[in-house]
Design a binder for this molecule. Structure first.
Ligand code: NAD
Length: 380
């Protein structure tokens, strides 16, 4: 499962950059205040220098829908945060002006943003990788571009973190996706079957997204990086872009405009939604833990519904007529490469055993919040 392209020159450049940065970091600097309950000392997973200093989290895609929320949570907890985002779908207004936030605008597969991100005095204690291309409409618009971009991002992380000594290397928390799982009528646990490169549909149409996420998971592990691969299930909330094709903002937007809510197929497909504020809280908490769990972790919410029922809740909350609910053939909207997943709900036992998913929102609360804040800058 090789990825195209050679990054040898970039790799050498990054190594030089990082060597310089760690020399700087070893000289020490000021320490911001931090919530001590979020930090456990004597962890084997933190770099030795970092263990004695404050949390400093590098968030790729930090100006995105999920990333913006996580950055707010990290800053509220007293952490230092550096964001790298190329603003392809990210928006700077999602980020606060804050003395402990450093934002680097640029493509994370280029060396420049990394050089700037690592040039600070405070060592980076964790990398949260959220940069990516999301939403079925966006992915189907350019499946190959989405896949090669995901591969380049993962390769950059492997080269950057892999070039550092183990004692200095921050743990990596990387956003994968529930799409890596094969279809199942049962709740999906971390050990449930996933797509394989030998599957005929691997890397075709919609599955290019799943294939690129799964390939990244495997490559981080093969590179021996300390990594937590997060399989995120549908994350929704205010500030999510309807253009990506994500179902809830699409329904809310249609209800606002008094247009049809287009339900694909017969509407009986089942999904579980989580509110972005809960997922962001869990992500921030994971970033601040000194003892980072490793391996694979499902993360999301518990609001399970059919898509037709989701449309009905949106119509009820918006006060619109049920006549706006329209069943459509998805191939007319999204083309012949679209394949529907009938049933996808998470088993969150591992996340709960780690103290996460402690206050999930129910469906009505999620839809009401999306409705009330639709089109507004996402509240922190
Ligand atoms: P988003 O589009 O709002 O955020 C992605 C961010 O990455 C954007 O800010 C974008 O500008 C940035 N980005 C893209 N390419 C970049 C590059 N080359 N360099 C730097 N920045 C770049 O999407 P989101 O919903 O916040 O998703 C975040 C992550 O979670 C993604 O990796 C996605 O695949 C994953 N995920 C999300 C969901 C969900 O329901 N939202 C579900 C499963 C997985």
């Amino acid at each position: 499962m090789d990825w195209p392209g050679s990054h040898g020159v970039r790799s050498q450049f990054l190594r030089q950059v990082l060597e310089g940065v760690w020399k700087n970091a070893a000289q020490g600097s000021s320490q911001p205040s931090v919530d001590p309950s979020l930090i456990t000392l004597s962890s084997p997973n933190l770099p030795s220098e970092a263990a004695s200093s404050s949390p400093h989290v590098l968030v790729t895609g930090g100006a995105g829908f999920i990333g913006g929320r996580v950055v707010h949570r990290l800053l509220d907890s007293g952490a230092r945060v550096t964001v790298i985002d190329d603003l392809s779908t990210g928006q700077l207004h999602r980020l606060p002006e804050h003395g402990r936030l450093h934002t680097v605008v640029g493509d994370m597969t280029d060396p420049g943003p990394w050089a700037e991100a690592w040039s600070g005095q405070e060592p980076i204690t964790r990398v949260l990788h959220l940069a990516g291309h999301v939403g079925v409409r966006r992915v189907l618009g350019d499946p190959e571009g989405c896949a090669s971009s995901h591969h380049a991002m993962a390769q950059t992380l492997i080269e950057t973190l892999g070039s550092m000594g183990a004692d200095r290397r921050p743990g990596l928390i990387a956003a994968s996706s529930s799409e890596v799982y094969r279809a199942s009528m049962e709740p999906l646990a971390e050990e449930s079957p996933v797509w394989q490169s030998s599957d005929p549909a691997w890397g075709e149409g919609r599955s290019t997204y799943a294939a690129s996420k799964r390939t990244a998971e495997l490559h981080y592990e093969a590179a021996g990086l300390p990594v937590l691969n997060l399989r995120l299930f549908n994350v929704v909330g205010p500030g999510q872009n309807a253009e990506s094709g994500m179902v809830l903002p699409r329904f809310v937007e249609a209800a606002r405009l008094g247009e049809d809510l287009q339900v694909f197929g017969n509407g009986t497909q089942v999904r579980t939604f989580g509110h972005v504020s809960c997922v962001a809280a869990d992500l921030a908490e994971l970033c601040l833990r000194a003892r980072m769990p490793q391996g694979v972790l499902n993360l999301g919410g518990t609001a399970t519904t059919t898509i037709e029922d989701l449309a009905r809740v949106v119509l009820q909350i918006s006060g619109q007529s049920e006549q706006l609910l329209k069943r459509v053939d998805p191939s007319q909207e999204l083309g012949p490469r679209f394949e529907e997943v009938r049933h996808r709900i998470p088993n969150l036992d591992r996340a709960r055993s780690l103290g996460l998913v402690s206050q999930p929102w129910n469906l009505a609360a999620i839809v009401n919040d999306a409705w009330c804040h639709h089109g507004m800058p996402s509240p922190s």
